[in-house]
Ligand binder design. Sequence first.
Ligand SMILES: Cc1cc2nc3c(=O)[nH]c(=O)nc-3n(C[C@H](O)[C@H](O)[C@H](O)COP(=O)(O)OP(=O)(O)OC[C@H]3O[C@@H](n4cnc5c(N)ncnc54)[C@H](O)[C@@H]3O)c2cc1C
Length: 450
Amino acid sequence: MPKIRIVGAGPTGTLLAILLTRRGAAQVELYESRPDLRGAAAESGRSINLALADRGIHALKAAGVLDALGSAMLPMRGRLIHHANGETLFQPYGQRPNEVIYSISRHRLNQVLLEVAARHSGIQLHFEHRFEAADFAAGTARIRDLKEDQVLNVPMQPLLAADGAGSVMRREMSALNLIQARETDLEHGYKELSIPARPARGYPMAYDALHIWPRGNFMLIALPNDDGSFTATLFLPKQGAVSFESLRDCAAIDRFISREFPDARALMPDCVEEFKAHPVGFLGTVAATPWHAHGLAALIGDSAHAMVPFHGQGMNCCFEDCVEFDACVARHSSWEAVFAEFGAARKPDTDAIAAMALENYLEMRERVADPKFQLQQALSLELERRFPRQFIPRYSMVMFHHEIPYRAAQQRGATQAAILADLTAGTVASLAEVDFERAESAISARLSPV
Ligand SMILES: Cc1cc2nc3c(=O)[nH]c(=O)nc-3n(C[C@H](O)[C@H](O)[C@H](O)COP(=O)(O)OP(=O)(O)OC[C@H]3O[C@@H](n4cnc5c(N)ncnc54)[C@H](O)[C@@H]3O)c2cc1C
């Protein structure tokens, strides 16, 4: 039975271990540098909840993990926009009852994945074991047992590096010229703030929505938690006139949050202290090619293709990787062939979602507040109602249709955007003014059925 080594027991490494061992055809040694988080409290200040969508759900179902998440998944039906003038506007994400995304605690999800993994006899979990280096000539990886301060040299054949955006393996492969890798930092960073639960007074805000305060060059968002609280994330330039760097003292921080997000400020009693205490998180895109070397080691998940979080797809995309990798393992007998097919199948899709995630930043912080954009959103849903086999809004293709690859969503999305721009050009300001006959001929000429 093949023994597979995986580095990193985050969402990708753990789900991959479960998928690879569930048919009893492989054994997995899973090495994680941090201590076991089962039974431990969550770390504060670092992206504590995530949006889980159809692609991630599909993968969790395939691995038999979804049922264990149960009430930890909180449905969000749309965006609730908080305008600068205090008005709010709800924009539904989709139009069918199942077209929702779920807020889920990162910590809880990771715990559940580890609990399921621990029940698989084919998986050995090694916490506080840090991967340090690879020797491709000898075919071994150096892993340090941090508790014993002992070095283990384990055979790679194969070693899958699910060690996240700052992947040691990717940097090592790149330094050895085995792959080409690029890390592009966004000029914006993020900080987490909390909106506490109000047990006696009901939810502080609508509970079934992702809240957005779009403010042009920056924004605040908030996702619900299962204890009735929300976690807010402030995205702001790292440097410049209005930036994390310029907001140094408590008075300036308070003035900024009170001026830009007065309704949120009223719900965040500790935001100034949290702003001071929490680190600025970095955001960026990782691109690498190829993702493997010598049939010995391969990158998977964020280590291969970390992206900015503005489409809420990073982890969903990683979970899709795991399903595809498992399918490649079932089709091929050599690791070289598995790695080659996995990379060829996934890279065009991960490039597409990384690009769409970057575009979505502008959409979230600026365009959602624009009346023309709002009209185009409403028109997208109307066109989907009228032509459901041909026109599916791009957001829906990405979030609710795992059967449509990211690259197809990107390509169809570009055609659809041109049709929407044309139908809403000039003075068109409402759905009643849209020429639906022209819409029908444009759609039948330019979009094949999905
Ligand atoms: C602010 C923010 C918000 C996000 N929101 C969303 C969202 O709403 N929806 C979504 O789908 N995605 C979201 N993401 C992306 C998501 O968090 C990542 O795509 C996902 O966590 C990647 O999983 P991973 O297992 O590949 O990497 P990671 O989650 O980074 O896990 C890597 C694991 O490897 C371990 N490790 C690292 N180095 C070593 C080593 N040398 N040896 C051993 N172990 C090691 C780490 O301790 C960690 O456990 C967000 C990201 C950010 C930053």
